[in-house]
Design a protein around this ligand. Sequence first.
Ligand code: SF4
Length: 197
Amino acid sequence: MSIADAIPLEDLLAHVRACTACRDLPLGPRPVVQAASSATLMIIGQAPGTRVHATGIPWNDPSGDNLRSWLDVSKDVFYDPNRVAIMPMGLCYPGRGRSGDLPPRPECAARWHPRLRAALPNVALTLLVGSYAQQRYLGSHPGGVSGRVKNFAIPLEAGWFPLPHPSPRNRLWLRQRPWFFEQVVPALRRQVHALLQ
Ligand code: SF4
């Protein structure tokens, strides 16, 4: 498929939502993305789970509840594409492996992210939620996700805010790192509230 680099966002979103590049997805393609050209905040997560796949609504699960709680934003704000753009590393549910959902499809971000980001010129802050998003946009870090998140002020200067995945499965990770709620979440809220007012 060939798509001109600069096409209106609505046309690009139609192409994205019709993507069938990965024909071996267990539940079939159903790209989940939210965007409008005025959006100032972008959220890049991992990949939809089965509940998000079934509804087509991003972060429509306990992880989303946790993320909204960290950001301190309502569902009305979170799901307003004019303010918040949402595109995971893999836009479709990737299937299940032995220890949980499979990684996002690696071809997906390469195929769609550059064009979507180019069509969203007002994004001033991008939340990188989890290791896959951080690896793509910030590269590796000797401290992994923990090191990245604890030192969030460095990528923040360039408009990136690394976060752990808000899955309930990460409860222990959070409990062992009280600095996350003491230092990172307040800074995150300041950034996000300033953008979404
Ligand atoms: S995962 Fe991405 S590349 Fe694969 S079918 Fe879905 S939208 Fe297309």
